[in-house]
Design a protein around this ligand. Structure first.
Ligand code: SF4
Ligand code: SF4
Length: 353
């Protein structure tokens, strides 16, 4: 693994914001990362980098904040009492846009995306257009009373699954996600394996690790081997790939860090480990993110902080032309250091070796 580490001492910290490369937003109410310290744009500028959209090849769609869990690290602040949920009317507008724009990939997230009552019809419409679907599944949702056919439905429709399992031990998983979640997750993975997930090439089953505290993920490759050994030996579980993701210090995770007096040190850790080689592959460069109302954002984190796409006025997907996205600036703030620390982090795992 080669990771470029840039260590910043206090007297080296930039005092001016970068010229015009990106817009840095003052986020109120949401962000808990202290605003004093190096700004992300300035560090990009110092490294002669800029952050702009490439031609997007994917829509990442947040179907709502409703979830059967309420995990400590959740950047969405999702939970069973959230009422924000995408309507079918909005889905129809997205389908219309995706059809005209030749989108080939869609990444569905939430909350638990499956808890949106229009989840399956929406997926069927996308599949009918030849769109490849990834669903971010928390596994336990497979055992919700009204979801008993979900695992089989996923397999029948060859939906790619990305499933959160923040550790291979019960204590760590239950501490982050709630009591009993580990056992349910294991049972869910065994069920998916039985249906061919993690075995058949067309039934991809990726697991997601995120740290259980204020530290960076260990190297993805060696962690994947540990997961294979522990889950294979103890539970007979197989999976496709492990994706190691860094916790971004916003919302619920940031609240926990603040409560524990760790927010400054965690942010400094992210800044100290800035890795310039991750910037080209940052997920915000390659996708358009949508909230449950169809508004566009540069990424899911910016969505949660209500920072509109490119830092411009609020827009809906149907207000933009896909051809106009490439080259547009990406709005950044200090939470962006979470994506560029160490080996980098995205919804697809690490960004550099
Ligand atoms: S992290 Fe995922 S499973 Fe946990 S509350 Fe948030 S959306 Fe739900
Ligand atoms: S949080 Fe990460 S993905 Fe989002 S804009 Fe910042 S660098 Fe890009």
């Amino acid at each position: 693994m080669s990771i470029t580490e840039i260590h910043l001492e206090n007297d080296q910290l930039p005092t001016q914001s970068a010229p015009d490369v990106n817009s840095t937003y003052q986020v109120e109410d949401h962000v808990m990362v202290p605003q004093n310290g190096p700004q992300f744009d300035q560090i990009l500028h110092d490294n002669k980098l800029s952050l702009r959209h490439a031609q997007p090849n994917e829509l990442q769609i947040n179907l709502g904040k409703l979830c059967n869990l309420a995990c400590h690290h959740c950047h969405v602040d999702a939970g069973p009492k959230r009422t924000e949920i995408m309507t079918w009317e909005t889905m129809e507008k997205i389908l219309d846009w995706a059809r005209k724009s030749n989108i080939s990939k869609v990444d569905l997230t939430g909350g638990a995306p499956e808890m949106n009552p229009h989840f399956k019809p929406f997926c069927h419409a996308l599949l009918g257009m030849g769109v490849e679907i990834t669903s971010r599944c928390n596994i336990t949702v497979l055992f919700e009373p009204d979801q008993t056919d979900l695992a089989q439905w996923y397999a029948d429709n060859k939906v790619r699954l990305v499933c959160s399992l923040p550790c291979y031990t019960e204590d760590n998983v239950d501490a982050q996600r709630g009591k009993g979640v580990f056992d349910k997750s294991i049972a869910g993975l065994q069920l998916l394996n039985k249906l061919g997930y993690g075995h058949k090439p067309e039934l991809s089953l990726d697991l997601v690790y995120n740290p259980g505290g204020a530290f960076l993920p260990p190297p993805q490759e060696s962690l994947e081997q540990d997961y294979r050994t522990m889950l294979g030996d103890n539970f007979g579980i197989t999976f496709s790939n492990l994706l190691a993701i860094t916790n971004i210090p916003i919302n619920r995770f940031a609240h926990a860090l603040t409560r524990d007096g760790e927010i400054e040190e965690y942010q400094n850790l992210l800044v100290r480990n800035f890795n310039a080689s991750t910037v080209d592959q940052l997920m915000c460069r390659h996708l358009i993110n949508l909230d449950w109302e169809g508004r566009v954002f540069d990424c899911d984190f910016n969505q949660m902080l209500e920072i509109p796409m490119s830092g411009e006025a609020e827009r809906y997907l149907w207000d933009i032309e896909i051809g106009s996205v490439a080259g547009q600036a990406i709005a950044t703030n200090r939470h962006c250091f979470g994506c560029t620390a160490g080996a980098g982090s995205s919804c697809g795992g690490v960004l550099s070796d």
